[in-house]
Design a protein around this ligand. Sequence first.
Ligand code: MTE
Length: 319
Amino acid sequence: MLIRKPADIRPSEITSEANYLNRRDFMRAGAIAGGSLLAAPGLSAVIPDGRYARLADVAKGPYSTDETPNSFEDISTYNNFYEFGLGKSDPAARAENFRTRPWTIEVTGHAEKTGSYDFDAFMKPFDLEERIYRMRCVEAWSMVIPWVGVSLAEVIKYFQPTSKAQYVAFETLNDPEQMPGLRGRSLDWPYREGLTIAEASNPLPILAVGIYGKVIPNQNGAPIRLVVPWKYGFKGIKSIVKIHFSETRPKTSWNMAAPGEYGFYANVNPTVDHPRWSQARERRIGTGIFAERQATLMFNGYGEQVAHLYKDLDLRRNY
Ligand code: MTE
């Protein structure tokens, strides 16, 4: 992963929130008029409130932090989404016309229920919740993001993995026509990630479809992306098209690219440094480039919920 200073983002590359919302408002209103969003109760849900598309029926979920969330502007203009380029402002600039409808999610492998699901049909059984989580990138910056999503544990339960399923693997869309970054060899595409079934069944992870109560911006992984708050941000795979229940540990993108730097587990751990930088502290985006870096917490502060998952694991070796 490249580390760029916020100063590297040219102001001209940043879409103002008002412009951004106006454009989305227009696009969503069109989609709703076309009827494509009316099918799923979860996203029935997606209604324009006059100014922009707001998700309805969002319950307050558990585990939210009371830390101040980053601004919508920060969250939607400082991104990692290499399919749209390596720069932090590339995804916002280049994913504007990314097509998130129609969208199909394929569920395969060791589960009682498998198949190809239209996004709305996929979402239908699940309830939307707000979860305000810290996100710690392996590059040593962090944000607080008010996500809207569905519990991954509920999704896993719904598809009924068999006893053979030890892992769940995810893949991002691989469409070079829409994703200019795929022409580069920064990663072995498609972007892939995975969790153990025990991790995926923990109540913390979500599949996110919104931010700040609104439909998730394309650059943040529309229409649906993974959020695992105790792990480094690269585990949070965006724009998911495949979910596979696997007996063996799946290959994951950053681990394949640099196995000595990025492990499969990727739990936030201030005591295990990246070979090229310390993980002891982090820069909270939005606090200004001169603000003091804050201490990084073990499991990103979610140890109470997840430390038991790793009690028999040497976290120094299984980084
Ligand atoms: N998913 C895909 N498909 N491609 C990516 O490049 N980057 C990851 C993760 N998910 C990435 C991805 C990294 S390194 C981080 S830190 C987070 O997305 C950033 O999420 P955000 O842009 O919504 O803050």
